[in-house]
Design a protein around this ligand. Structure first.
Ligand code: HC1
Ligand code: SF4
Length: 556
């Protein structure tokens, strides 16, 4: 479609959702504070105002039409946007220097770009009660009522833990009846944090715990999730770097970590164990479909909403906890260190992983979880320039991973890893994959002996609810379901750098595919250090000891 943009004929995508996205596609980013491509259009902030055929209107709420004459940046639009910002600042807490989002806040960025140096209006005080009850921290004095968190939590995750309350000047976002977030059905996925344009929603920062453990002389072991290496580049000026993981290993060693392992190793281990569990269930025809269980947001969601399916969840711990368990129960003995003296730092893209490590039945395995954001803060505050640090391999034996293990970091990775493990035994003849809708993929695997296995890969908890409801109604026959709570899987986790939207998630997914380990292994079954762990300690998949160390239970 042809339109006129700032006096120039411009070809835009006919299927663009709205003018804002059409302009974005041709390289013009219209300022906005409340627009999300994955939720309904709200039109609250009015920052995306443009002139269309001589009239001012919001670009998020207008569909492009042939020949429309658009002006995106006139003196009038500039003044209006400045006015909007000033009004927002009239009720916004301006403690920018101590805000977790300092330097990463959309409101702060626009204040700088639009030259807001003074606010003409009297400060309207908003409630400054900060809810620290949960890993997700809410500070309404920084909320601009854009509603992004409300829509993501409700429309994408189908949870609705937070909503608007009160009216006019009193309006606020909060859980029902003013409850603390910890007492709601929040699953700690962090998607509200990922989409909050300001510092109204953040997550608990645990960096100081790491330094304290160092001071106490603990034996510090780090372990890094697959998805971290595909996103931290965004914060460190290392765009598209595929050896970031190795640079981080070197960096962590330089600041005092004794060992750095790869959670992707444990992903191989979990895929191996989980594949055998799946095979056993298929043979016995019980607890099917099997649901993956490495995503803690999904596990909590299942516990709240689908207790009748808890026995269908794989009982294998997540790679984070599996590696924690191996290190504390086995590796500590191997290296002759009291597990009490080991401090295990897990580096994750996910806010719910902080919660997972603190679950009663898993506690003591991982000592602290820091997110990609927190690791980036550690790196930046250290004065090291990651670009100049050469990559070194992860420590052995828990530093070796296959491409399958690495692929856990994005949607579809767990399912394909389980298939890779079973490939030889199943004698796969053909694999057919179909996308039912965005975030729901169905795969049918036909084997040479005429059997077929159906798997569904789903991301987003709203999508997951749709899939489970179909299974419950008998409208979907499936043997295995991979669930990741966040869009695109862990690469879109709530602990990832900002912005954390569809565009960057797509890019991270591509980078993760390009990350090649030091040893190129394809399937978990090729991970010789993982196989040797079975030989020396776990014996065989689903053995008594494997159950003790690698399996867990869920809460009804
Ligand atoms: Fe994930 Fe997982 S893939 S859950 O997304 O199974 O967070 O990356 O570490 O535990 O491996 C997260 C990522 C991560 C676990 C693995
Ligand atoms: Fe909703 Fe997830 Fe935020 Fe909890 S963490 S309020 S479930 S979006």
């Amino acid at each position: 479609m042809k339109i006129i943009v700032n006096g120039k004929e411009t070809i835009i995508n006919d299927n663009a959702r709205n003018l804002l996205e059409a302009l974005r596609d041709v390289g013009i980013e219209i300022p906005n504070l409340c627009y999300l491509s994955e939720t309904s259009i709200y039109g609250a902030c009015r920052m995306c105002i443009v002139e269309v055929d001589g009239q001012l209107m919001t670009s998020c709420s207008i569909k492009p039409y042939e020949g429309m004459n658009v002006k995106t940046h006139t003196p009038e639009i500039y003044e209006m946007r400045r006015g909007i910002l000033e009004l927002l600042f009239a009720s916004h807490n301006r403690d920018c220097t101590t805000c977790e989002r300092n330097g990463n806040c959309k409101l702060q960025k626009y204040a700088e770009e639009f030259g807001i140096r003074k606010v003409r209006f009297d400060k309207l005080d908003k409630s400054n009660i900060i809810d620290y009850s949960s890993i997700i921290i809410r500070d309404n004095s920084k909320c601009i009522l854009c509603g992004d968190c409300v829509r993501v939590c409700d429309e994408v995750q189908s949870i609705g833990a937070i909503d608007f309350a009160f009216r006019g000047f009193e309006a606020q976002v909060m859980p029902a009846f003013g409850e603390e977030l910890a007492n709601t059905n929040c699953v700690l996925c962090g998607q509200c944090v990922a989409h909050c344009p300001t510092g109204a929603l953040t997550f608990r920062n645990d960096i100081q715990k790491v330094y304290k453990a160092m001071e106490e002389g603990k034996y510090i072991i780090g372990m890094m999730a697959p998805a971290v290496r595909a996103s931290i580049q965004e914060e460190l000026g290392l765009e598209n770097d595929v050896v970031t993981a190795g640079r981080i290993v070197n960096f962590l060693k330089s600041i005092g970590f004794n060992k750095v392992f790869d959670v992707a190793f444990a992903a191989d281990l979990v895929a191996y164990e989980e594949a055998h569990e799946f095979k056993e269930r298929l043979e016995k025809g019980e607890k099917l479909p099997q649901f993956t269980s490495c995503c803690p947001g999904w596990v909590k969601f299942a516990e709240h909403n689908y207790p009748e399916f808890l026995e269908n969840l794989s009982s294998v711990k997540s790679p984070q906890q599996a590696l924690g368990s191996i290190i504390k129960r086995y590796y500590a003995k191997e290296i002759g260190i009291d597990p009490e003296d080991i401090y295990l730092v897990s580096i994750m893209p996910c806010t719910a992983k902080k919660f997972e490590a603190e679950r009663e039945e898993l506690s003591g395995e991982v000592d602290v979880v820091i997110t990609t954001k927190e690791l980036s803060q550690i790196i930046r505050s250290s004065g090291f320039n990651l670009k100049d640090i050469p990559p070194v391999p992860f420590d052995r034996p828990y530093g070796l991973s296959s491409q399958s293990g690495l692929s856990f970091g994005k949607t579809g990775g767990v399912f394909s890893s389980v298939l890779n493990v079973l490939e030889d035994e199943l004698e796969v003849e053909s694999v057919k994959t179909e996308e039912l809708e965005k975030g729901i993929r169905i795969t049918t695997v036909k084997t040479k002996n005429g059997k077929s296995i159906t798997g569904v890969v789903v991301f987003g908890l709203g999508n997951t609810r749709k899939v489970i409801d179909k299974i419950k109604e008998g409208n979907l026959k499936v043997d295995i379901v991979e669930v990741m709570a966040c869009d695109f899987g862990c690469i879109g986790g709530g602990g990832q750098p900002y912005p954390n939207d569809t565009r960057v998630r797509t890019k991270r997914s591509k980078i993760l595919s390009e990350v090649v380990g030091i040893d190129v292994l394809i399937s978990p079954t090729e991970n010789y250090h993982m196989l040797s762990l079975y030989e020396k300690y776990l014996k065989e998949p689903l053995s008594h000891i494997a159950h003790e160390v690698l399996h867990t239970t869920y809460k009804n």
